[in-house]
Design a protein around this ligand. Structure first.
Ligand SMILES: [Zn+2]
Length: 279
């Protein structure tokens, strides 16, 4: 799933290529695409694209007072298209601009979970952005400390991925951040010490910054297999820092990759389906 860095750079791409373009038509191509009934997306027709930005894992295209908020989920993509096939493969929605330009929202597979919300006026605090924590690259030491304290005994990896606590981090970044900070993905969040919280904040900023830089070198959104990864999906390979073998543990149906030597004092984490006594 694209995370904050990929989305941030992609928003800049779309803004660069289409800012000022006037919307001629918005067409849902799938009955699951449009998640809102009001306002009518047609209200944006005749208005120029004023901004494309992100919030958490959402892309937000603003046409004056009206915003299209797009969630790509796992396999969604929002890309400029040249031709306009009547029934594009995986097509969910299309924005047609003056002239020939258009954007196409597609989703690979058959899950049809990606979607578009249309919001008039303030987007913050309204569906689907209501309840989101602050963007991960905007938190400072005090904010991060408050987030960790509020999370209590919840495990660090889960807290980093919880969009209601901190927004924009998915599985890859959570793995990378824990590794960069040399922290156990299973550490109880509220028990991190001051030095560990500082290391965590630095790791969040460093991992997001590096991914933004990497994404910015590409013409289109990078495929997940090509995203920067020191540990993510690298279990069995050697740790870049210490050379020990990277490991994977299943936790609540998702995979966590880590280095025991760097992150858990050498302790091998057990799947939570088989053991209750681990940290
Ligand atoms: Zn290591």
């Amino acid at each position: 799933m694209p995370e904050l860095p990929e989305l941030r750079v992609h928003a800049e791409r779309l803004a660069r290529s289409h800012s000022g373009s006037v919307l001629e038509r918005f067409t849902p191509l799938s009955f699951t695409a449009l998640k809102t009934f009001q306002p009518d997306p047609a209200a944006a027709v005749g208005t120029a694209l004023t901004a494309v930005r992100t919030r958490g894992k959402y892309l937000i295209a603003e046409f004056g007072d009206l915003a299209f908020i797009v969630h790509l989920m796992q396999g969604g993509r929002l890309t400029p298209e040249t031709g306009r096939a009547r029934k594009p493969r995986g097509g969910l929605a299309r924005w047609e601009f003056d002239g020939v330009a258009s954007w196409l929202l597609t989703e690979a597979g058959h899950e049809r979970r990606a979607g578009v919300w249309v919001v008039a006026g303030e987007t913050e605090g309204n569906e689907p952005l209501d309840g989101l924590g602050p963007d991960a690259d905007s938190v400072d030491e005090a904010a991060l400390s408050a987030i960790l304290a509020a999370a209590g005994g919840a495990r660090l990896h889960g807290v980093l991925r919880d969009q209601r606590r901190i927004a924009g981090i998915g599985r890859r970044l959570a793995n990378e951040i824990c590794w960069a900070a040399e922290l156990s993905p299973f550490a109880p969040s509220a028990r991190l010490e001051s030095e560990q919280r500082s290391a965590l904040l630095a790791a969040i900023q460093r991992c997001i910054g590096a991914s933004i830089e990497d994404e910015a070198t590409r013409d289109t959104m990078v495929r997940s297999a090509e995203r920067l990864a020191a540990v993510h999906h690298r279990s069995g390979e050697a740790c870049l820092r210490c050379g020990d073998v990277l490991r994977q543990v299943s936790y609540n149906a998702y995979e966590v990759d880590y280095c025991a030597a760097c992150q858990t004092g050498g302790k091998v984490l057990a799947d939570n389906t088989t053991s209750k006594f681990l940290r």
